[in-house]
Design a protein around this ligand. Structure first.
Ligand code: 2P0
Length: 335
């Protein structure tokens, strides 16, 4: 006898970044963040959870390899689920076998933990018949995961309650609201990053005063403006805020001591090329954003995709010598 549930959750890309926690254990951020969730075809996690009275212990496999269940973040997720479980006590005591796979490189700055924990939260919620918002459960596993629980454009409210009850994600517009928005992910390097996001953001918060300044003085205004730009489909305003926020996150990382360096020469070349491309056009056609790694995410409108791919092919051909291995075009869809 067993119950099996399978869920799929995509990666989300933040245009207003989460970088810095005000509570490390509860994973509560120092600022609101805003992202776009990709569609379920590319960059996804797929998680199957099986519960059975015959299993002797809880077990987890990530990308085919058995991992320890002692991970405190995993335990926090399970604890949050059990608090809201609607299963009988008897079934709650059944042990779990969890199997999760990504269809993209893990821990290469492609938000693998976001998709993974969102997927786990969704699968466990289905299994334990948990109702209502589950973004807080996903957040207990990894901060940015709370945004992958919803499709389209999503805002994670930092909240003010010390328990974290109001630190949840809410959708602000479905992907269908801006159907011609496209996202290209340029994979510059898919090896594992040197400084994890958790360590990088802690170090930045402790040693770079600019991060606190950004969270308190810049983001509150910017997030309202970018949200309005999304609702009005004002690409130029959206693009400028996106690029500024990415640049300022990496500036804060560089101002950490020792500095956290995520972008590489190819990343900087992409930044320069995109600014040159925009400046020779009659309007801003593309925005870039970089997470905790060298890979670039580009936001643009469908009508400009062919031209931009031509520019990238010319200046950054996918050759070994410039380390740009491959790239992939993705459109946003409601998940
Ligand atoms: C974001 N990143 O908003 C930012 C931008 C990376 C750069 O959220 O410690 O893996 O698990 O809460 O969610 C990556 O941080 O960190 C991240 P934890 P997480 O997408």
């Amino acid at each position: 006898m067993s119950i099996t549930v399978t869920c799929v959750a995509p990666v989300n890309i933040a245009v207003i970044k989460y970088w810095g926690k005000r509570d490390e254990d509860l994973i509560l951020p120092i600022n609101d963040s805003l992202s776009a969730t990709l569609d379920t075809e590319h960059l996804c996690a797929k998680t199957t959870v099986r519960a059975s009275p015959e299993f002797k212990e809880n077990k987890i496999w990530l990308n085919g390899r058995e991992e320890s269940m002692d991970n405190p973040r995993l335990q926090n997720c399970l604890k949050e689920i059990m608090k809201r479980s609607q299963l009988s006590k008897d079934m709650e005591s059944w042990k779990l076998h969890i199997c999760s796979e990504n269809n993209f490189p893990t821990a290469a700055g492609l938000a693998s933990s976001a998709a993974g924990y969102a997927c786990l939260a969704a699968a466990l919620a289905k299994l334990y018949k948990v109702e209502g918002d589950i973004s807080g459960i996903a957040r207990a596993g990894s901060g940015s995961a709370c945004r992958s629980v919803y499709g389209g454009f999503v805002r994670w409210y930092k909240g003010s309650d010390p328990t974290g009850i109001d630190s949840i994600a809410k959708p602000i517009a479905p992907a269908s609201h801006w159907p011609d928005m496209r996202i290209l992910v340029l994979v510059v390097n898919d090896s594992k990053k040197k400084v994890s996001s958790a360590i990088g953001m802690k170090r930045t918060l402790l040693t770079s005063e600019f991060l606190t300044y950004k969270a308190e003085k810049i983001i509150p205004k910017r997030i309202e403006q970018i949200q309005e730009a999304i609702l009005k489909k004002d690409f130029e305003t959206f693009a400028e805020h996106t690029m500024r926020d990415s640049n300022e996150m990496h500036a804060a990382c560089l101002a950490a001591y020792p500095p956290c360096i995520y972008m590489n020469d190819t990343s900087h070349l992409i930044v320069e090329l995109m600014h040159q491309y925009n400046s020779t056009s009659d309007r801003t056609k593309v925005a870039y954003s970089f997470d905790a790694g060298p890979n670039a995410t580009l936001f643009l409108l469908e009508k400009d995709v062919a031209e931009l791919l031509g520019i990238l092919d010319h200046y950054l051909p996918p050759a070994v010598d410039n380390n740009l291995e491959y790239r992939k075009g993705i459109s946003i869809e409601v998940t």
